[in-house]
Design a protein around this ligand. Sequence first.
Ligand code: NDP
Ligand code: DGY
Length: 325
Amino acid sequence: MSSASAPKVFVSRRVPEKAKALITSQCNAILWEKDEPPPRDEYLKIISGIDGLFCLLTDKIDAELLDAAGPNLRVVSTMSVGYDHVDVKECAKRNIAVGYTPGILTKATAELTVALLLATTRRLKEGIRAVENGEWGTWKPMWLCGQGLDGATVGVVGLGRIGYTVAQCLNPFGVARFLYTGYRRPDAEEELKAEFADLDKLYSESDFVIACCALTPETAGMFNADAFKKMKKTAVFVNSSRGGVVNQDDLFVALESGEIGAAGLDVTIPEPLPTDSPLLGLNNCVVLPHIGSATHDTREAMAVLAAQNLIAGLKGDKMPSQIDD
Ligand code: NDP
Ligand code: DGY
């Protein structure tokens, strides 16, 4: 749309067509139609005078950026459920509404978390490498054995939308016990017989420890040397939340020294993880490139919801999914 009265917005990446059409039908949109973000200095220049911003989880939305946008900015809409990259308090101070995309990516992310857990515990990385490198000899009783879920204790840190769905997906594998921390969920206690536990108990009794919590000041770096020491030597640690919840140096030591059994990470610090990261040299560490929500339908639904949030916010309406801090 090019009408003087239409709001001016910036879309900071190439997004699915359906979302783009929605935005351009109602806004004067500046589209950054690339898969790579604009360099920060360019970003800060482009957004000068915008009314709304469609951003991604890799865009740091802080006071500097809000200053660069200027006083017209009234909506920030992120195409993600995680919003640790947005200074929500600073937005609130400036009466900027913030939208996000909860719920629609829950199943896709839970599915990927389960895939990562299975790939890690059943040693798929080593198996695939062995096949490709010609190291697959005869069938051997003791080769590439891992730990199964049948009869296992699974600890979920952050039994929210994704954490709960992960537990529901794992239940049919014969999990004996679910432990969880965070806030109490009577529904999980009823449906999954999940037991509320403090972190020490969860760490020491779980065969699998899965991080599904948001990154907050409280959770930042919580999976550190202390935490890994408390886990079983055979524990499989899986993180599909944010890289920032893990102290990666401590994780490397724990994996290399056999303090824990294995780790599967969909998220790291930084992203992308440099190819010389010591974690990548370990057989017992599987790293994926932050693809939790990466199904075609989910990414389209996320983009459309973020576009709807943007448009509703610009009209002064309550967004379909707004962060209320
Ligand atoms: P939810 O808000 O539904 O779940 C997060 C859960 O973490 C909540 O239950 C929350 O409890 C809990 N939590 C917060 N702090 C703590 C703590 N200190 N200890 C234990 N639990 C805690 O969000 P979603 O399940 O939708 O998403 C979770 C996170 O997953 C996102 O924030 C995002 O970072 C990440 N994510 C990653 C994806 C990927 O591609 N790998 C895809 C999608 C999401 P409370 O509500 O009480 O604060
Ligand atoms: C999110 O939405 O927070 C994920 O990290 C990407 O889908």
